[in-house]
Write a protein that binds this ligand. Structure first.
Ligand code: TPP
Length: 363
């Protein structure tokens, strides 16, 4: 018998759960300001998350998927991207989107059911949030193919959950990315759950990273609660992709501390005790300990950061709540460049019904 393939999956982490460096940090992570900006981005994301849940609980936001505990994945990958790369997010990449220039107000609008929240004032070429599981993976490949055909030194970043890697769309995307050596980086946020389905029941593969190997390119694992490891891995993968070295897959291992969404009750399928242990992995506390020990992060700086993030989120929430809703006929406005005749008719009927209701209110 001949072995036709053999592979190893590397696992990398720089800061251990207690915030201690366990290997020399990459160059960027020796710079205090760089670490502080990663820290602030995670704190802002957590403040946004808490506010979004509070708004949903008081009937002022739609169903919302919390990213509690996963902030380091989104912030690490967002910080690693160049401005002209393109992000194709799933639904828990708030931290990456903020770093790309998407505003908290826009994300509140989106989760409040207002499509204008997807029309990012900045980050114009980034994709909107993709709630259908894995359907954006082929889109990411399409974006990367466009970059390759146009000879542009850019890359696409597709972020998806562990459950998404079981979908046909995902395998097809990996396959074509490998076959055509496209400049795309797949980041898998392995938060251990696909709603109530645990990672252990999701796939018989020993790692999710090795799914890339079958498609002919490299996959690796990082500690997804170590923002330094995530930023480092995504940065390297993006540099290679832009240099024409093809795609890469990074499995970031983290944990979903929250319910799946505000419509879920995770206590029905997991106990509090097992979740509680994962708080020891908290990515924000981990970086704070390191900042304090290695860079003299002070109590005043901590308090000022918490206060400025809370104020930014409060301002955004006020702006969102003060935004007049769109008229009902707006549901027809964002799918087609030119509406098909039957939908145009329905749109006109909706507008007319609204006008008639306004007239009868006046009368
Ligand atoms: C195509 C499709 N099928 C089913 C769903 C319902 N659904 C929403 S999230 C989810 C689980 C996703 O799990 P994972 O990819 O691990 O991401 P996570 O939500 O855990 O971050 C499912 C099945 C969906 N949104 N889209």
């Amino acid at each position: 018998m001949t072995a036709v393939a053999s592979f190893e999956i590397e696992y990398r982490r720089y800061l251990d759960p207690a915030g201690r460096p366990e290997r020399p940090l990459p160059a960027f992570a020796r710079d205090r300001d760089a670490l502080v900006s990663l820290y602030r981005a995670m704190v802002l994301t957590r403040a946004f998350d808490a506010k979004a849940i509070a708004l949903q609980r008081t009937g002022r936001l739609g169903t919302y998927p919390s990213c509690l505990g996963q902030e380091a994945v989104a912030v690490g990958l967002g910080a690693a991207m160049a401005a002209d790369d393109v992000l194709l997010p799933y639904a828990r990449e708030q931290g990456a989107q903020f770093l790309r220039g998407v505003t908290p107000t826009e994300l509140f609008l989106y989760w409040g059911g207002d499509e204008r929240g997807s029309d990012f004032g900045r980050a114009r070429e980034d994709f909107p949030i993709c709630v259908p599981v894995a359907s954006h993976a082929p889109h990411a490949v399409g974006v990367a193919l466009a970059f390759q055909l146009r000879n542009e030194r850019r890359a696409a970043v597709c972020v998806a959950g562990d459950g998404a890697t079981s979908k046909g769309d995902y395998y097809e995307a990996l396959n074509v990315a490998g076959a055509w050596r496209l400049p795309v980086v797949f980041v898998v946020t392995n938060n251990q759950w696909a709603i109530s389905l645990p990672r252990s029941a999701q796939t018989a593969a020993a790692t999710l990273a090795q799914k890339a190997i079958a498609a002919g390119f490299a996959g690796e694992q990082v500690d997804g609660n170590d923002v330094v490891a995530v930023r480092d891995a995504v940065h390297r993968a993006l540099s290679h992709a832009r240099d024409g070295a093809g795609p890469h897959l990074i499995e970031a291992i983290t944990y979903r501390l929250s319910d799946h969404t505000t419509a879920d009750n995770a206590s029905r399928y997991r106990d509090d005790e097992s979740v509680g242990g994962h708080w020891r992995e908290d990515p924000i506390a981990r970086l704070r300990v390191h900042l304090t020990a290695a860079h003299g992060w002070s109590k005043d700086e901590e308090e000022a950061t918490l206060a400025s993030c809370a104020a930014e989120v409060d301002r955004a929430a006020e702006e969102y709540l003060a935004t007049p809703p769109q008229p009902p006929e707006a549901v027809f406005d964002y799918m087609y460049e030119r509406l098909p005749a039957d939908l145009a008719e329905q749109r006109a009927a909706a507008a007319e019904a609204r006008a008639a209701a306004a007239r009868s209110d006046d009368g």
